[in-house]
Design a protein around this ligand. Sequence first.
Ligand code: 9D3
Length: 254
Amino acid sequence: MRIDAVTLFPDMFEVVRDAGVTGRAHAQGLWSLHTWNPRDYTHDVHRTVDDRPYGGGPGMVMMAEPLSQAVSAIRQHRQHAGAAPVPVVLLSPVGKPFDQAQASRLSSIGGAVFVCGRYEGIDQRFIDEHVDEQWSLGDFVLTGGEIPAIAMIDAAVRLLPGALNHGDSSLQDSFQDSLSGLLDSPHFTRPETLSGVTVPAVLLSGNHANIARWRREQSLQLTARNRPDLLTRARQQGHLTPADEKFLLTLSQA
Ligand code: 9D3
């Protein structure tokens, strides 16, 4: 997988390239990252990338020209490298919410060109000409698109075959995330007693049917409390059994 990112802050991407699972996958050659600074595609002495908004209003707007030049350079470079044609993705608060299905798609199509905005916005003519898709990380205001791009890269890279060392855990995750559609159950490890608090006895019982039922009920309870929207979807998609429904009826509404 090859990722290209257009950004005024290329240093921010060091963390996903160098640390943890994504860093190891990068060192293994499972993916590559190329950053492109729009300032390098300016022609004035001040290397200007922003200007005041037509029609007035607060803040500054990213100029189309340096972004267009950067995207054109990327297209050339990718073509020369024989890289797969991939979408140009703009990270934007007005984009569609990013989800696991999109992460999975990114990892399977060979990557993306991410365009990270700064300031109040980007000249719409650049978006209309060059951007294929717009994605948001959620309904909160950040200072730019870099952190969302890094989050999306992280989500896609961990799904690459060989990125997670423990064989089937990404399969298990995708079952949890997209098939059952419920939140994960709590986890415990040694010691058995920590500051007087013991691990739930069922997890020490060795009874795997009871353990599976307990985890399922923990997932159902947590999803009902924190993400009723996911519970509704799981029900509509037929992922809840009669035993699940019976357990949900026992939960207090508090
Ligand atoms: C009131 C106008 N603001 C929109 C809420 C302007 C604005 C604020 C912050 C425009 C861009 C930004 C920078 N944010 C992103 O580029 C961004 C983002 C985000 O802020 N939240 C969640 N997902 C994303 S993806 C890109």
